[in-house]
Design a binder for this molecule. Structure first.
Ligand SMILES: Cc1ncc(COP(=O)(O)O)c(C=O)c1O
Length: 430
């Protein structure tokens, strides 16, 4: 007796199998995605409802995976900025000469609520570089004093510390951070450097490191510094907007941050918070008319500058507030983690750092396959190639002898941005 099914039964069978066949075809066709089944994070997050119609000026055809360097200003914030500029230009002496102080005070009040600190301790600056510079210039340093940081320090901060050490005879020290794919980052060597020998004259510690995007556990180091009476400055250039922040709870001596990165304020919006115990000794880098009139006044006037950028800070905060900070952070962090795992699967590379180091952050470092490093003379050439040929903007970072990319996620990013980067590199290897 034949077991061959009759024709309608065979057609039926093919029909039922069709979705599986199609899926199989797609699975093979998208070769670079064949490792997706090993993804730790299977699906990308949805955009928060209230952010769906937000207009960004970023080119529609560009996968912009470097929000971390300079951010980007969405339309509602740019409009608010233009309105402030127009108002200033309509009556310059009134706004810059007579009303600047009260407008700047409103900014500090709004910012103080956002980062949870005393607004009287907020000095507005142009950027984190200027925040760090203000602290370095304010410290009375002598020959032999120790200026201590880690090997994850941002290069411009390294230069500022080196320069100040040179001018005063102080000693610049860089302590390694212990890291690995299965290790949480360890700040133990930094703790030993603080606890042994002469107490440092200053410790500078990143909150989110630029090279790796790791979120450091800064609290124990701040506590150690407090116990030893060592002044500590937290370089939080990336933290405001990326992480929930309570400067009050951290209790560092100084905290500097940028608002033109993750808060998407216009360029030129940074701040330096000084705790009450160091406030009187802290001066802006540019000394102007208001010397000796107290910390807040000195920072409020550092010479003629673009006050409209600072005055846009509350508008930027209000926009994100209306979408919901928690939803934004959860989205950005989840999208970054998803993108990281898509790319690592496609390139078949191990995570450089334990995933826990992302710790709610929205930047991640991914090792490039080593063959890529042989194809390009410099990281800059690879970056330009990715931009010009593949419409992907991503920083290529040489770190400890190898090249990596540092991806980021904000509300303008789509899952296809990460897939495009994954494909661009995977294709150049085949
Ligand atoms: C950790 C860190 N510190 C300081 C800075 C300096 O920021 P800015 O160039 O805005 O002064 C950056 C810039 O990316 C940074 O990543």
């Amino acid at each position: 007796m034949s077991h061959r099914p009759s024709l309608p039964v065979r057609i039926n069978f093919v029909w039922e199998m069709l979705p599986f066949l199609l899926f199989g075809f797609l699975f093979v066709r998208l070769g670079f995605m064949k490792n997706l089944d090993s993804h730790p994070v299977a699906t990308p997050p949805c955009l928060p409802e209230a952010a769906r119609f937000l207009v960004w000026p970023i080119r529609g055809d560009l996968a912009f995976l470097n929000h971390g360097s300079f951010g980007s200003v969405p339309e509602p914030i740019r409009e608010a900025y233009n309105a402030h500029r127009k108002r200033i230009e309509s009556d310059p002496i009134e706004w810059i000469g007579r009303r600047a102080e009260s407008c700047t005070m409103e900014v500090c009040n709004a910012l103080g609520s956002f980062v949870d600190c005393d607004p009287a301790g907020i000095g507005l600056v142009t950027n984190a570089t200027s925040g760090v510079g203000s602290v370095l210039r304010s410290l009375p340093l002598r020959a032999g004093d120790r200026l201590v940081t880690t090997d994850h320090v941002y290069n411009a901060v390294r230069m500022a510390m080196t320069h100040r050490a040179r001018a005063t005879g102080a000693v610049y020290e860089e302590v390694p951070i212990v890291m690995g794919p299965r290790l949480p980052l360890s700040l133990d060597p930094l703790a030993s450097a603080i606890a042994t020998g002469d107490p440092p004259a200053l410790v500078v510690l990143d909150h989110v490191t630029s090279a790796t995007g790791a979120v450091l556990r800064i609290e124990p180091i701040i506590q150690l510094c407090r116990t030893r009476g060592v002044p500590i400055l937290i370089d939080g250039a990336h933290a405001p907007g990326m992480l929930p922040l309570s400067i009050r709870a951290l209790d560092a001596d100084w905290y500097t941050g940028n608002l033109h990165k993750w808060v998407c304020a216009p360029k030129g919006c940074g701040f330096l918070f000084a705790h009450e115990r160091v406030r009187e000794m802290t001066h802006p880098e540019s000394i102007s008319h208001l010397l000796d009139q107290g910390f807040w006044k000195e920072f409020s006037w550092q010479g003629t500058r673009d006050l409209a950028a600072w005055w846009t800070i509350p508008d930027a905060l209000a926009l994100w507030e209306s979408i919901g900070w928690r939803a934004i952070r959860e989205h950005n962090s989840a999208l970054c983690t998803w993108g990281q795992s898509v790319i690592e699967s496609a390139w078949k590379v191990e995570p450089l750092l334990a995933r826990s180091t992302l710790n709610q952050g929205s930047m991640a470092i991914i090792s490039l396959p080593s063959a890529i490093q042989q194809q390009w003379a410099t990281p800059e050439l690879l970056m330009s190639h990715l931009h010009d040929q593949h419409l992907v903007e991503v920083p290529v970072i040489p770190w400890q002898g190898k090249w990596h990319v540092r991806i980021s996620a904000h509300l303008h990013n789509k899952p296809s941005d990460y897939e495009r980067l994954a494909r661009a590199i995977a294709d150049s290897l085949s």
